[in-house]
Design a protein around this ligand. Sequence first.
Ligand code: GRF
Length: 206
Amino acid sequence: MLKIAVFVSGRGSNLKSLIEKIKSDLTTVELSAVISNKSDCPAINLAEENDIPYFFVNEISKEKFVTFSTLKDILNSKEVNLIVLAGFLKKIPEDFVDAFENKIINIHPALLPSFGGKGMYGMNVHKAVFESSAKVSGATVHFVNNFYDEGKIILQRCVDISDVENPAEIAERVLRIEHELLPDVVKLFSEDRVTVENNRVQIKFK
Ligand code: GRF
């Protein structure tokens, strides 16, 4: 059983697609916890509706507040073996990242290594892609290290944007791809098909 924790900050559409995919298809994946730095976001409502335990890492006054240090112990006690950042906007402390080396993944709404880095989130990404006049965009799932969007790339999928008229259209097309890509990557982990060899991520395709 692959036990995952999903970190969120907002809308939670990637969390939703993961929940649906786990229910319908990923029988060897358990969503053990949802972590948020915001108590009043739609993603937390989703966790509540689906009876998934949740914790807050930023909201000191909240009942379910935990520090990153306590969170480390909670996730270890739940035997979580994969942490999925799905729109989590708070920087993760270095010692937390180090404690879960090659066990934290993030989804980014563009084709890294372009259009990543500090400040590159949400519509900022799609505006930059639009202004660059790129004809393709896409989504990237990568390991998290201590530098924004610089961890090793695990899987990417692209989408044609040659006919878009604004950044919002790019965002819409990319999000559709994200909702397939992230569950696909979680599935690969659940089947033990992701390894890091010679500093490259290898996917064992059947
Ligand atoms: C997604 O575009 C994801 O790539 C980025 O943040 C957004 C989160 O969207 N990291 P949602 O909260 O999953 O709807």
